[in-house]
Write a protein that binds this ligand. Structure first.
Ligand SMILES: *Cc1c(COP(=O)(O)O)cnc(C)c1O
Length: 366
């Protein structure tokens, strides 16, 4: 009998996590050893030095690569460290086209760090992929996009963008932090590289900072593997354990995030103080603009109790923030600038009626 491929939730719980052959432990041990014994010079059990490879990290990398339908996965110490490794593959003179709605830190990394090594960039509106081919700078080697975007929650036709980019010799990198592989697997849509901030939904509990790169291309994977070791921005074994533990409940959590966010987006849409609601229909992030402008937005986020006023997103507890003043402050004055009356909610997995009560008591009544 041909074996049916295992489902997502099964792989999240078992891939890379077979019981320990020596002790039978069902949870991969946190391997703290920085070095590994060699039986003869150059003869070892697959591990030499923990920056180059670590058993806890391998378990996590194998599991998350599988969830992204990738042949290769590389864990990094933060989302930005993962992004940096991908951008280091570019050469002086190369051009990056960045979607014009993106995480502020990505924008800062490209525009202020990688430009110093001779990389140029431009922002593009990816709503109309056809427009992309008209504005295409000749040296473009990479198209970098988020879908849904942070914080406007736009979604794009990844397959169409990939088709245009590939025809012109550029690779496509998708930041899949907001959708997670539960809702979107960009490599299946033809994208070349997936990056993640594992700090968000993958870890899922606001207790670990991490990043990830997934891909299928052998040569590209060799370059990223080289950079992971040569630059050394690797997560600790404990961080890998936490992220891997997060993956086990990813699908369950995402279902609840979506149910809660769907209810809250609908409720906000009916509220007289809210001008516009942005919600892509899945995952847990909802953005909205207030009729009362920036001052009303600030009062709103400072009055909630269950929704904690804080940066970050994607964890079990609900958070609220003003992107223009917080997560996206570094994009002020750029093509990626965000309206100052925009509020971003990261809807957690609490009891939804309590979340709605909290928002109701923080918004003006008329
Ligand atoms: C948070 C975030 C990042 C950066 O990840 P860190 O883990 O904070 O370095 C990148 N992209 C998106 C979409 C994010 O939300």
């Amino acid at each position: 009998m041909k074996r049916r491929p295992r489902g997502f939730a099964t792989r999240a719980i078992h891939e890379g996590q077979a019981p320990d052959p020596v002790t039978g432990a069902v949870v991969p041990p946190i391997s703290l050893s920085t070095t590994f014994a060699q039986t003869q010079v150059g003869e070892h059990f697959g591990y030499e030095y923990s920056r180059s490879g670590n058993p806890t990290r391998s378990a996590y990398e194998q599991c998350l690569a599988s969830l992204e339908s990738a042949a290769y996965g590389f864990a990094f110490s933060s989302g930005l460290a993962a992004e940096d490794a991908v951008l280091r593959v570019l050469r002086p003179g190369d051009h990056v086209v960045l979607g014009n709605d993106a995480y502020g830190g990505t924008f800062r990394l490209i525009s202020r760090v990688h430009t110093t090594t001779g990389i140029s960039w431009s922002a593009a509106d990816l709503h109309e992929p056809g427009q992309l081919s008209i504005d295409w700078p000749a040296a473009t080697k990479m198209v970098w996009l988020e879908s849904p975007t942070n914080p406007m929650l736009s979604t794009f036709d990844i397959e169409h963008i990939v088709e245009i980019a590939h025809r012109r010799g550029a690779i496509v990198v998708v930041d899949n932090t907001f959708a997670t592989p539960v809702y979107q697997r960009p490599l299946e849509l033809g994208a070349d590289v997936v990056v993640h901030s594992a700090t968000k939904y993958l870890g899922g509990h606001s207790d670990v900072v991490g990043g990830f790169v997934a891909m299928n291309d052998d040569d590209g994977a060799e370059q990223i593997g080289f950079l992971q070791n040569a630059v050394g921005a690797v997560p600790s074994p404990f961080d890998c354990y936490l992220a891997l533990r997060g993956l086990k409940t990813l699908e369950l959590r995402m279902e609840r995030h979506t149910a809660n966010a769907t209810a809250i987006a609908a409720w906000l849409g009916e509220h007289p103080a809210i001008a516009t609601v942005f919600y892509p229909g899945f995952s847990g992030i909802v953005s909205c603009r207030l009729r009362g402008g920036a001052d009303a937005a600030r009062r709103f986020v400072e009055r909630t109790e269950l929704f904690t006023l804080a940066e970050s997103l994607g964890a079990v507890e609900s958070l609220i923030e003003i992107p223009a003043a917080m997560t996206h402050a570094s994009a002020a004055g750029s093509p990626l600038e965000v309206a100052d009356d925009l509020v971003r909610l990261s809807v957690g997995v609490e009891t939804v009626d309590d979340l709605i009560d909290d928002l109701a008591s923080a918004l003006p009544t008329s």
